[in-house]
Design a protein. Structure first.
Length: 257
């Protein structure tokens, strides 16, 4: 590139800095050099730079929304094995379209411990974020703790409004232990507020019909009534995947000698 060409590129980079277009600025030297070498039309160079900015902003947005979601482990479909799951493959693939999220429908995944419920919920949450959605993740315990903190200064309604900013609300680990009344109330309030407005994905060791074994019957019935009205209920079965991996030596990496 000539001195004049270099100066022009420097001017372009400076202008992009002033305009706060960091991704275009980062790729400008390579794009402009390629445009000159291949004799692109000016519009092609502009399109290439804009595409880099769009892609960069999208990646940054995905990272921000992924961090805000509060996922516990980072498990995605990259580590998911369709064949190992007891969920029918057509059901898995249907859920991965995320049409149910767009339609403000719910997903309830219930079955024995270790059968992939949490992994599926988290992988769907990551996929939703990749698809442009906002997601929030809670264990039932953390949801109850959140509401206890807000109840202390009477800001529970504010907490619910914040949760409803998400397109998909994931609530994990229901059914392992009895549920305190205030935690059951927190679950009800979120389900009630999200009803026909947001999608909820929930995992449980119990089918929702048995929630009255864990929490006061009145709250359980009201929660389940709203939760299941527009819901896809998916049952998992079989032995614990974690236990199977552990007993076959796949739970840990071999230690170096």
């Amino acid at each position: 590139m000539t001195t004049t060409g270099t100066a022009v590129t420097d001017d372009v980079i400076d202008l992009l800095r002033q305009l706060r277009l960091p991704h275009m600025r980062r790729h400008a030297p390579d794009v402009l050099a390629t445009a000159k070498a291949q004799r692109w039309e000016p519009a092609e160079a502009v399109r290439a730079l804009l595409a880099e900015e769009v892609a960069g902003r999208r990646a940054s947005s995905v990272g921000t929304r992924r961090k805000a979601a509060g996922f516990p482990t980072g498990k995605t479909f990259d580590a998911w094995d369709e064949a190992t799951s007891s969920i029918p493959t057509p059901t898995q693939r249907s859920l991965r379209t995320l049409e149910w999220v767009t339609n403000h429908e719910n997903l309830v995944v219930c079955g024995p411990s270790g059968t992939g419920k949490s992994h599926l919920l988290e992988a769907l949450g990551h996929a939703a974020i990749e698809n442009g959605a906002h997601v929030m993740w809670f264990s039932l315990e953390s949801l109850g703790a959140l509401f206890r903190r807000h109840r202390a200064d009477d800001t529970t309604s504010r907490a619910i409004r914040k949760i409803l900013r998400a397109d998909l609300i994931c609530i994990d680990d229901i059914g392992l232990l009895p549920v305190a009344t205030e935690t059951a109330e927190a679950l009800y309030r979120v389900v009630d507020a999200a009803y026909e407005r947001r999608a909820i994905a929930l995992s449980s060791n119990l089918h929702p019909a048995g929630f009255d074994e864990l929490m006061p019957k009145t709250i359980a019935n009201a929660t389940v009534d709203r939760l299941l009205h527009h819901a896809h209920v998916v049952l998992t079965a079989g032995d614990s995947i974690r236990l199977t991996q552990a007993t076959t030596g796949k739970g840990v990496k071999p230690l170096a000698e």
